[in-house]
Design a protein around this ligand. Structure first.
Ligand SMILES: NC(=O)c1ccc[n+]([C@@H]2O[C@H](COP(=O)([O-])OP(=O)(O)OC[C@H]3O[C@@H](n4cnc5c(N)ncnc54)[C@H](OP(=O)(O)O)[C@@H]3O)[C@@H](O)[C@H]2O)c1
Length: 324
């Protein structure tokens, strides 16, 4: 089968190539899936560079999440051959075939395309875990969402709006403000550069934000500490901006807010019943047509280099999908 293969870690993808590999062989209990779509996530990019907290042994096939058709399963499996499934684990999705554990996939609801299903897991589950499960989001609250043109950020905007929040979405690329405004239902889209607190004060009438969702970090995190309302939460999602910020502990004390780390995957592993409930909630919203992943572009797997470059170059609004 054709598969992307990371043989050496490198910042410029020089250790990654499209390879011909033997088809993977499933063990009893596992599923063999013919992959129809695989969506790119920032951790995929970090893993090819060795910059992600999870470091798979080399060589490895990258790809966090996929959508496809089960082609082999145990008899009596809840996912018999022909079942459309989506999900995945930490690697292996960017290939023509993948072996997955039944617990890491779900059925694709009728009417949802493979590219949309491949874009549902990481982004919306992360957004739901952060905003609803950990953030306790309530209708009417103000939510500031950074990195809103990214996969996770745009999912958070859509979910927060669905749940009745008032959303300020940000982008660190001023030239993307108009495109982002057209792509999402946020109440306002602002540039997260410089003193964006002024815009937050104006938009919220001085109330500031109950929740701040931050997948960017660095200067964006620093300025965000000035945008959280008393009793609010600053949700640490990631560091796409590259710098991990420091915070003096007197700031959350004086301003009465919490800084909370979110690891959606780990949260589900440690609290499996909660993880199942979160995935079910996301699936229900998607099946009802209330969450529709915004797919910036779909490319054949052979054009993987273009896809990775587009993500690294911050060209994308929403998700980018690879089809083997
Ligand atoms: N905590 C969790 O459980 C969890 C789960 C999944 C992902 N994550 C993390 O969430 C972050 C976003 O992931 P994603 O898949 O949504 O990535 P993505 O689609 O590439 O989005 C990241 C966004 O961050 C913004 N950004 C700001 N500075 C950037 C920089 N220097 N380089 C690249 N982007 C920059 C970009 O938007 P603008 O150009 O508009 O500024 C970009 O659209 C990553 O750090 C990822 O590791 C965390």
């Amino acid at each position: 089968m054709k598969a992307l293969l990371v043989e050496a870690l490198s910042p410029d993808l020089s250790g990654t190539r499209l390879a011909d590999l033997p088809d993977p062989v499933r063990q009893p209990g596992q599923l063999l899936v013919k992959v129809r779509a695989s969506s790119l996530n920032f951790p995929d990019l970090l893993m090819t560079r060795g910059e992600y907290q999870f470091k798979p042994p080399l060589p490895f096939v990258p790809g966090l999440e996929l959508a496809g058709d089960v082609v082999e399963a145990d008899s009596g499996s809840p996912f018999p051959p022909g079942t459309r499934v989506f999900g995945g684990h930490k690697t292996g999705a960017m290939a023509e075939y993948a072996v997955v554990e039944p617990g890491s996939v779900q059925r694709i609801p009728d009417g949802l395309s493979y590219p949309a299903a491949a874009s549902l897991g990481a982004a919306y589950v992360t957004a739901y875990t952060a905003l609803v499960e950990i953030g306790g989001l309530k209708a009417g609250q103000w939510v500031l969402i950074h990195g809103a043109s990214g996969g996770v950020g745009l999912a958070a905007v859509e979910l927060a709006k669905r749940l009745g929040a008032r959303v300020i979405a940000t982008t660190g690329s001023p030239d993307k403000v108009e495109r982002l405004r057209a792509a999402c239902a946020a109440d306002a889209v602002i540039s997260a550069t410089g003193r964006f607190r002024d815009a937050v004060i104006e938009l919220t009438g001085g109330a500031l934000c109950d929740l701040v969702f931050d997948p960017v970090g660095g200067d964006v995190f620093d300025e965000s500490t000035r945008c959280v309302a008393f009793g609010g939460k600053l949700l640490v999602i990631g560091f796409a901006g590259g710098r991990i910020a420091d915070i003096s502990t007197n700031i959350p004390l004086i301003k009465g807010f919490s800084v909370v780390g979110v690891r959606a995957g780990e949260y589900a592993r440690r609290f499996p019943a909660r993880g199942t409930a979160i995935r079910a909630a996301v699936l229900d919203l998607a099946a009802a047509g209330q969450l529709v992943p915004h797919i910036d572009r779909t490319l054949p797997l052979s054009r993987w280099r273009e896809a990775f470059a587009a993500m690294a170059g911050r060209e994308i609004i929403g998700k980018i999908v690879l089809e083997p």
